[in-house]
Design a protein around this ligand. Sequence first.
Ligand code: AMP
Length: 215
Amino acid sequence: MNILLFIGPPGSGKGTQADLIHEELGIPHISTGDILREAVKAQTDLGKKARKYMQAGDLVPDDIMIGIIQDRILQPDCNDGYILDGFPRTTNQGKALEKMLKENQQEITRVFYIDVEDDILMKRILGRETCHKCGAVFNKYFNPPQKAGICDNCQSELVTRSDDNEQSVRNRLKKYKENTYPLFKHFKEKELLVNIDGSQPIKEIKTRILSFLER
Ligand code: AMP
């Protein structure tokens, strides 16, 4: 059973890798960012609470995030393991997760820390464009669509995430350094941490991650 954590700054590609590993191992990919974005879109109570934090690039409060994960990992599809993408992001979230797992006699298998330099992250995030219909992702700087603003696959319009603006991104990177760095020390001491160079090609990163997993 694999319980895998993907941690890294915004734009590090942790979501892309979590998705590839999900396809490879067949265990759910749980992205707290995606859960929150869906809630905002559906205008649920959670979405209404989370929206202002996300828009500003701030972290959503720990109690809300811990509650979301608590419910999600108890779903039957998580019985054989799962991938957490973007959680934990603070020491409190990390401690809460470890407590939940201990109660179920489970343990974290590995923590993949995907790191990329700030200037590359800025371009990755500010250039990011997603097809609103098929979900294909492009980048204005690194992987532009053939026709600006139009999806190569289905010719639909490409959109930018509303928190992918310069001010929010700078704040997200700042919050990441303040809140998430202390977690690394903790997981390193527990010998769970694997450092991954997120500037390498996507396929190579995936191969490296898989080499650390039991299958
Ligand atoms: P992401 O898609 O992982 O970059 O997350 C987008 C936004 O959702 C973040 O900038 C936060 O506002 C919020 N968020 C996602 N995961 C968490 C978390 N574990 N703790 C607090 N806020 C989160």
